[in-house]
Design a protein around this ligand. Structure first.
Ligand SMILES: [Zn+2]
Length: 271
C-alpha cells in the first residue's frame, strides 16, 4: 500500500520514494511507489497534482487498491527517485476543496441542506445540493457566512478515527469507509469524512464566490470559485465592465440601463 504523504503533510513539495512496481500499458509506464506526495485524479472530487519524478513529467496519477499509480512516458533509471509537485496547482486545488467544505458547511448550518456531490473543474467548481427551494437572498446569505468563516481564520485539522468514534461526531455526511475514517474538522464547526488535501487555516482559502446557481432534476447546482481562481474571475469581470463603460460612454452603474434602452430602441426600429 502506498503511504499517502499528501494526507499527513499537504504542504510538502518534494520527497524521496522507492519504486515498488511498474507496468508497461498503452505505451506508458505505470509506476507504483512506496510513498507519494502526488494527489490522484478526481478522488473526492479533487483534481490531480502536476509534477515530476526524477525530472520526468507525471502525466496522470490514479488510485488502485489503495496504491497510488503514476503514469510516465519514460522509466526512471534508479529504484530510489525524487518526487516534486507543482505548488501553484496543489495550492489552488486546496483552495477549491477547502472552500467547498466551507460552502457545504454554510448551506448545512443555515438551511440544513446536504451536499450530494462535488466537482472540481479547471475553470469552475460545483456542488449539487439537496434543498427544496433556493433564492438569491439565500445564496447571498450563504456566501457571506462562508466568507466570514474564511476571514475568522479557523484552524483545520485532520485525523483518523474508527466507526465507533465517528458515530459520536456530528458528521456532515456519511463516510465511504467503514474503518480508518479520515475526518477533516474546521474548528468544531464542521466535521466531514474526506481524503482530500486541505489548508491548516481557513484564511488561506481566500474569497469564496458563488457565480451561478440553477435547478437541475431534483437538486440545485451551485457553481463557485475560491481564492486565486475567484480573483482571476473578478479581474476578468472588472475588465468587462470597464470595457463596456468605455464603449457605451457611461459609468458602470448605468451599463444595464443603457443596454436596456438600446434593446428597446432596436425592437421599436424592427417593428
Ligand atoms: Zn472533501
Amino acid at each position: 500500500m502506498t503511504e499517502k504523504i499528501y494526507l499527513k503533510n499537504p504542504y510538502l513539495m518534494e520527497l524521496k520514494a522507492k519504486i515498488i512496481d511498474n507496468q508497461f500499458k498503452d505505451n506508458k509506464f505505470h509506476i507504483k511507489l512506496d510513498r507519494t506526495i502526488f494527489y490522484p485524479h478526481m478522488l473526492e472530487g479533487q483534481a490531480k497534482d502536476n509534477g515530476f519524478i526524477d525530472g520526468i513529467k507525471v502525466l496522470d496519477v490514479y488510485e488502485k487498491n489503495n496504491d497510488i499509480i503514476h503514469i510516465l512516458n519514460d522509466m526512471p533509471t534508479k529504484e530510489n527517485v525524487d518526487l516534486s509537485i507543482e505548488w501553484s496547482t496543489r495550492f489552488q486545488n486546496m483552495q477549491q476543496h477547502t472552500g467547498q467544505h466551507i460552502l457545504s458547511a454554510s448551506f448545512d448550518k443555515l438551511f440544513n441542506s446536504k451536499t450530494i456531490s462535488f466537482h472540481m473543474g479547471k475553470d469552475l467548481n460545483y456542488i449539487d445540493m439537496s434543498i427544496q427551494n433556493l433564492n438569491q437572498r439565500m445564496i447571498d446569505k450563504v456566501e457571506t457566512f462562508a466568507n466570514q468563516i474564511v476571514f475568522s481564520n479557523f484552524k483545520i485539522n485532520s485525523y483518523i478515527i474508527d466507526k465507533k468514534e465517528s458515530l459520536k461526531l456530528p458528521l456532515r455526511n456519511i463516510p465511504n469507509q467503514k474503518e480508518n475514517i479520515r475526518i477533516v474538522e474546521i474548528s468544531k464547526l464542521d466535521f466531514s469524512p474526506c481524503n482530500g488535501t486541505h489548508h491548516s487555516k481557513t484564511a488561506e482559502v481566500g474569497i469564496i464566490k458563488i457565480l451561478n446557481w440553477y435547478k437541475t432534476n431534483s437538486y440545485y447546482r451551485i457553481e463557485f470559485l475560491c481564492g486565486m481562481k475567484a480573483l482571476k474571475d473578478y479581474r476578468y469581470k472588472n475588465y468587462l465592465s470597464k470595457e463596456l463603460s468605455e464603449i457605451l460612454e457611461v459609468n458602470s452603474d448605468n451599463i444595464i440601463k443603457t443596454i436596456e434602452r438600446f434593446n428597446s430602441q432596436m425592437k421599436r426600429d424592427k417593428k
